[in-house]
Design a protein around this ligand. Structure first.
Ligand SMILES: O=P(O)(O)OC[C@H]1O[C@H](OP(=O)(O)OP(=O)(O)O)[C@H](O)[C@@H]1O
Ligand SMILES: O=c1cc[nH]c(=O)[nH]1
Ligand SMILES: [Mg+2]
Length: 211
């Protein structure tokens, strides 16, 4: 499994505002979208393209176009939805599928409550969006789901990760073709499975259920 942790002052700056408990939902949503666009630049580095002829006003030349089958972007509801616009801005021709997953706050086990994905993902490059990689249970289950449907390659874009979760995902995916792009790798998980220092509950902060 390949892991890329962003190292850019603009990303760190935006993350600092996102972490701040006083940042209100509208700002949190806007920053999430901006951060995803910056992370998506790295996540799509190996997106498949095909050569295509083009005529500029001056000459005939060769360019590239996103290859078929089109990439599939999969936000994990609810918090991953806050990352969708930022991602499709960069890859507007991508197809979008949805996975609804919620972590049981007692057991920390993920439960899948919704799924709207193509039945056959053979040969597809998939991009999973979820802001938080905590215990890794949710992301590991989502990756498993996509490979079971035939996906060829899965790249996950997360805003924050914990070392424990990253190790769990790595063990779960084995030698399959998986990449993780993170805005930052935080210190640890607390006793409730929250990322430390983290940013709290991403879904609540995006959608206004925080205090
Ligand atoms: O790595 P894990 O320990 O599995 O935790 C991470 C998951 O928890 C959060 O979602 P949550 O279950 O809170 O659902 P929500 O997006 O509806 O808030 C987050 O968006 C991840 O999906
Ligand atoms: O820190 C965490 C862990 C799981 N889910 C969140 O939203 N935040
Ligand atoms: Mg949540």
């Amino acid at each position: 499994m390949r892991v890329h942790v962003a190292d850019h002052p603009l990303i760190t700056h935006k993350l600092s505002v996102l972490r701040d408990r006083t940042t209100p939902s509208p700002t949190f949503r806007a920053l999430t979208e901006e951060l995803v666009t910056l992370l998506a630049y790295e996540a799509t580095r190996n997106v498949r393209v095909t050569a295509t002829p083009i005529d500029t006003p001056v000459a005939h030349t060769m360019g590239v176009a996103i290859a078929k089958p089109r990439p599939l972007v999969v936000p994990i509801l609810r918090a991953g939805l806050g990352m969708l616009e930022g991602m499709v801005k960069l890859v507007p021709t991508a197809e979008v599928g949805f996975l609804g997953m919620a972590r049981n706050e007692e057991t920390l086990e993920p439960q899948t409550y919704a799924e709207r994905l193509p039945d056959d993902l053979s040969g597809r490059q998939c991009f999973v969006l979820d802001p938080m990689l905590a215990t890794g249970g949710t992301l590991a289950a989502a990756i498993e789901f996509l490979f079971d449907r035939g996906a060829e390659e899965v790249t996950c874009v997360c805003i924050l990760g914990a070392p424990e979760g990253l190790a769990a995902v790595e063990e779960s995916v084995g030698d399959r073709n998986v990449s993780i792009v993170l805005g930052a790798l935080d210190e640890k998980l607390d006793e409730n499975g929250y990322i430390v220092p983290g940013l709290g509950d991403a879904g609540d902060r995006l959608y206004g259920l925080a205090e």
